[in-house]
Write a protein that binds this ligand. Sequence first.
Ligand code: HEM
Length: 195
Amino acid sequence: MYGLVNLAVQDLVTKNFGEETWQRIKTRAGVEEEAFLRLTMYPDKMTYDLVGAACAELGADAEAILRTFGKFWIGFAMKEGYRELFLISGRDMKSFLGNLDNLHARLGMTFTGMDAPSFTVVDKGENELELHYYSSRPGLAPFVQGLLEGLGEVFKCEVDARIVSTREQGHDHDTFFVRCTPITTGQSTATTRGS
Ligand code: HEM
């Protein structure tokens, strides 16, 4: 995967656990690169190995790490110069998710030859949707759950993203049921004052 992804893993680890832990994770994963270049393509195995090594060093399971990483990725991408892209890709969660393939297609102009995932949305009523996730890579459903939770912060809603079915169960893609409840601010203060 593109170096930007490995850089995000590095940023997540160093911010939360420090540089020494990151060096231990890199060594355990057998990564010899001094630094990752965001626009250089690295083998997928390197990213998977970094996640595996992080699990061992931090004593966490892969699902938890991938989910945390997904949530972190949203803020990371914003900070790395993609805020504008988020803003033009949708006004709310549903329209944004419906535009994800366009978003990655635009990114494909910079990250040439990227092997982007594909998503389709099925509207399930107010604040609810089904998300279908197609990828050439295995095991990333928890990463998508984390991404959805991170997007909840962008679109000011509380996200409940449940896995409905997975490729591990024999399907050709992963499916999620997503509820995105708008967070209304200021209401609790008014209620407290009134009581
Ligand atoms: C502007 C923000 C974003 C940027 C810059 C970005 C960029 C990337 C890049 C560079 C990759 C690696 C692909 C490769 O190297 O072959 C990737 C993969 C991926 N992206 Fe995005 N992305 C963004 C937003 C999102 C969002 C919002 C979602 C979903 C909610 C998403 C879902 C994924 C997934 C699941 C992968 C893993 C690859 C796979 O499934 O095969 N991305 N993205």
